[in-house]
Design a protein around this ligand. Structure first.
Ligand code: OGA
Ligand code: MN
Length: 281
């Protein structure tokens, strides 16, 4: 029997069901998973306990694996498997992971097409906090009133790492602050992405600093309202992690964030990424 998919919420999320674990590692499964990720935005594989090698195999069956984060971590996994952790022994520069507490899309400030998908395996589930939330930016765009859709046409937002870290800037030790926030990655994108498929989504998140041609207050207020709109319960999903859970999401059609957690919970996720195939346009 092939993989089966059960809807979690009407607009977002499917659970993957199968009889035999080996069914996950076939080219047919890679194709089926890719098109379900595009259709349902988030796929949850409950408690399948992947090894890194298995996670990389699934990643490569779906697309081209890509290394996303500048490697500040001291980790022993493959370089394409990033350990998402606040453990200072592995991650001596926690700002990037603390930045995941705020809505974002991965790789949106980098000079390459945004990664198609992000894949996370839960190695240590936190006892408290640390759920991951996803908000469909397709559903958010499609749900806007026509007049607002028209108002967004042609607008461009400027995204930067500095903006994405602005909520935690005060918490960065002063002697590191300028270096961490000075990361000069800046990129502007249309607010509405018309995908090659013809579908449209919003390109928003904490990386979005302001809107070109609008005053800073008006642009920021618009960006915050769009974030709140996309995060409404109908368009979003919260996943509470159990050890061994594996989740794949469409990074081109969703924002995501982690619910805050403490380092003391031991939370550990292993992350891989799949290259994007189209620039935002
Ligand atoms: C990331 C990320 C979310 C999480 O690693 O890019 O957003 O829940 N992680 O750890
Ligand atoms: Mn992320």
């Amino acid at each position: 029997m092939a993989l089966r998919f059960e809807d979690i919420k009407p607009h977002i999320g499917s659970r993957v069901v199968f009889d035999d674990r080996a069914e996950l590692f076939t080219p047919e499964a890679g194709k089926a998973i890719r098109s379900k990720v595009e259709e349902r935005t988030v796929l949850v594989f409950p408690q399948i306990g992947l090894t890194d090698e298995e996670q990389l195999r699934i990643t490569e069956l779906i697309g081209e694996r890509v290394r996303l984060t500048a490697r500040n971590n001291v980790q022993e996994t493959d370089e394409d498997v990033y350990q998402v952790t606040l453990d200072p022994k592995i991650n001596p520069q926690p700002e990037y992971v603390l930045g995941t507490f705020f809505w974002h899309m991965d790789g949106i400030t980098v000079d390459m097409p945004p990664p198609f998908a992000t894949l996370l395996s839960c190695r240590i589930a936190p006892a408290k906090g640390g759920e991951t939330e996803f908000a469909s930016t397709y559903a958010a765009y499609e749900g806007l009133p026509d007049e607002e859709k028209q108002d967004l046409e042609g607008l461009r937002a400027v995204h930067s790492v500095k903006a994405s870290l602005s909520p935690i800037a005060d918490a960065i030790p002063e002697k590191h602050r300028d270096r961490v926030l000075g990361i000069g990655l800046i990129k502007d994108h249309p607010l509405v992405w018309t995908h090659e498929s013809g579908r449209k989504s919003l390109v928003i998140g904490t990386t979005a600093d302001h809107i070109q041609g609008m005053s800073i207050p008006a642009g920021r207020a618009m960006l915050i309202r769009l974030q709140e709109w996309a995060a409404q319960p109908d368009f979003s999903l919260r996943h509470k992690w159990s050890e061994g859970d594996f989740v794949i999401w469409d990074n081109t059609g969703a924002m995501h964030r982690a619910i805050p957690y403490e380092h003391s919970t031991g939370r550990m996720m292993h992350r891989t990424s799949i290259a994007g195939t189209e620039a935002v346009q």
